[in-house]
Design a protein around this ligand. Structure first.
Ligand code: HEM
Length: 533
């Protein structure tokens, strides 16, 4: 933007000068200007980390003691190619080749970025009081997420939202209170999978899991009970899918602001088509709650409507907050369960061990599993941790952080306004951090006798495995997410034996990175009921 404004000034001054009344002189001026611009961009590009870092150094006349190592990428656009496709894998490979696994710099157009593949530096970044904001993201702003927790600027508003959500949606009492709803949805999922008869040879699990997760959040947030068997939340699923795709896309205009005018990826158009639909859908639910005020708060809309004046949110802010919860709470849960089931198909011995544990704790009766049974399990939580290690749903921790002040990271000067990423995928697969790092071994989270879990929290205190992030902007829904995933997986494994569709086939674990990291090819399984009808 500064470049654009400065260029306009130069042109404005030039147009007032008599020398430029002749066309030849004007053309010469434009050519000289272009040449200078080109030379400057080439100079910026020579800096380690590429053009955005070079530009910062030249603009600030800064003699940095030592630049952060990193790829130069291309002039002007820097390393935009790193963020397309499987960004976490590409970044890990480049960090290795630049010998910059602890801290690497790169440029996304005009955006300065640092990234770490090291747990110690990750802790320094995520737990600092400096990397507490989120970088600018046009889609997030246009979809109003800047007024919800995830993209709100660090400050009073963000703190108030987190406090409200922590007290009324994510506290242990509230999570316990929503147990019946999770049980009901698990029951419906099982009914759907059973509907085709005892032998089901080829079932795609993703669609059912996604719908179940959306329904679960719809119930907690809006107090709406949708059945998995009917299609009445189809509209919401479409809105979530569209928002999900828009937020997950690399928007070139975020990093090359002069492109925003042209909207080359049609992101602005799609956001402005989507938002009125979201406003209408969520606004209608808020109006219905207003028309029938609840004496006991049944859901999150009731909570928001009953806030005291000092904390009351405008309607549009309320829509943003509610919409974000549906959005964040749905995809991550479904994606993680699909990865767990994929691993169960692939490692039949592990699946049998979970089922033995289930039978030991619940008995092979017809009694469905309860969440209190899951609390007594040790092997299943170890399996969930191991899947989070090999397939973290947010390999780059979903949303990056932004430095609000100058800061020193791992001995390097990092200027305010720099975007910071943590490559959790690279950390959790690193041979320097984990023994047999690429092998699927849930036992690594258990003691030698395999009778109890070792003391390893995945909730953000140990950066060797922190799939929910860490520090002030850590995921507020982590306990709810983990409880839902573990319970639904337990319910499915109690009920069914999962296997490959064909004994000669294996499971394709290839990844695709959207907002979360999903299986490229949706999991298709063979299911056999385990319990007698
Ligand atoms: C398996 C489930 C989940 C995973 C793996 C996950 C992962 C993450 C990650 C990596 C972050 C970024 C943290 C950081 O910057 O340090 C995040 C943020 C967030 N998550 Fe989750 N999440 C899950 C479930 C949920 C659920 C169920 C909800 C809500 C219903 C939720 C709501 C949020 C919100 C609102 C933020 C933004 C926090 C902020 O910026 O202050 N997440 N999540």
């Amino acid at each position: 933007m500064t470049t654009d404004r400065e260029s306009l000034w130069v042109f404005a001054l030039a147009s007032n000068c008599k020398y430029f009344t002749s066309p030849i002189n004007s053309i010469c001026f434009v050519l000289v200007f272009l040449l200078v611009w080109l030379v400057m961009n080439m100079i910026y590009w020579t800096h380690p980390g590429g053009p955005a870092w070079g530009k910062y150094k030249w603009r600030k006349y800064l003699v940095a003691p030592k630049p952060i190592p990193g790829p130069r990428g291309f002039p002007l656009i820097g390393s935009m190619n790193l963020m397309t496709g499987l960004a976490h894998q590409k970044i890990a490979a480049v960090a290795k080749s630049c010998q910059a696994k602890r801290l690497m710099s790169f440029s996304l157009g005009e955006t300065r970025v640092i990234v770490t593949c090291n747990p110690v530096v990750a802790k320094e970044i995520l737990n600092s009081s400096v990397f507490v904001d989120r970088p600018v993201n046009e889609s997030a702003y246009r979809l109003m997420f800047n007024r919800a927790i995830g993209f709100a600027s660090y400050g009073v508003y963000w703190r108030t939202l987190r406090k409200i959500a922590a007290m009324h949606l994510f506290c242990p009492k509230q999570i316990k209170a929503s147990e019946a709803q999770r049980c009901e949805i698990a029951k419906q999922v099982i009914e759907i999978f059973k509907a085709g008869g005892p032998i089901r040879d080829s079932i795609r699990v993703r669609d059912v899991l996604k719908k179940a997760s959306v329904n679960n959040m719809m119930c907690s947030v809006f107090g709406r009970n949708y059945s998995l068997l009917d299609d009445c939340n189809e509209e919401l699923s479409e809105l979530v899918d569209e928002g999900y795709e828009l937020l997950g896309m690399l928007n070139w205009s975020d990093h090359l602001p002069w492109l925003a005018e042209f909207d080359p990826q049609k992101i602005q158009v799609r956001c402005s088509r989507l938002m009125p639909k979201v406003n209408q859908f969520v606004g209608k639910i808020i109006d219905e709650h207003r028309a029938q005020p609840a004496i006991i708060h049944r859901d999150f809309v009731d909570v928001l409507l009953s806030l005291p004046d000092s904390e009351r949110l405008s309607d549009s802010d309320m829509i943003a907050v509610l919409w974000e919860m549906i959005f964040r709470g749905s995809d991550t849960v479904a994606v993680l369960i699909e990865w767990i089931l994929a691993r169960m198909v692939l490692h039949h011995d592990v699946q049998s061990k979970v089922q033995e544990e289930l039978d030991r704790i619940v008995g092979r009766s017809r009694r469905p599993i309860m969440e209190s049974d899951v609390m007594n399990m040790v092997y299943l939580p170890a399996v969930v941790k191991e899947v989070l290690r090999l397939h973290p749903p947010g390999p780059l921790l979903s949303w990056a952080r932004l430095a609000i002040k100058h800061v020193i990271v791992d001995g390097y000067h990092v200027p305010a306004g720099t975007t910071a990423m943590v490559n959790m995928w690279a950390i959790t697969r690193s041979a320097e951090v984990w023994t047999d790092s690429l092998e699927f071994k849930p036992e690594r989270f258990m003691n030698e006798a395999e009778s109890e879990l070792v003391d390893f929290s995945v909730l953000g205190s140990d950066l060797r495995l922190a799939p929910f992030g860490s520090g002030r902007r850590t995921c507020p829904g982590k306990t709810l997410g983990l409880t839902t995933v573990t319970f639904w997986v337990a319910s499915l494994l109690q009920e069914f034996q999962f296997g490959p569709t064909d004994e000669t086939k294996t499971v394709d674990l290839s990844e695709t990175l959207r907002l979360s990291c999903e299986m490229v090819n949706p999991l298709i399984v063979r299911m056999r009921p385990r319990r007698a009808p």
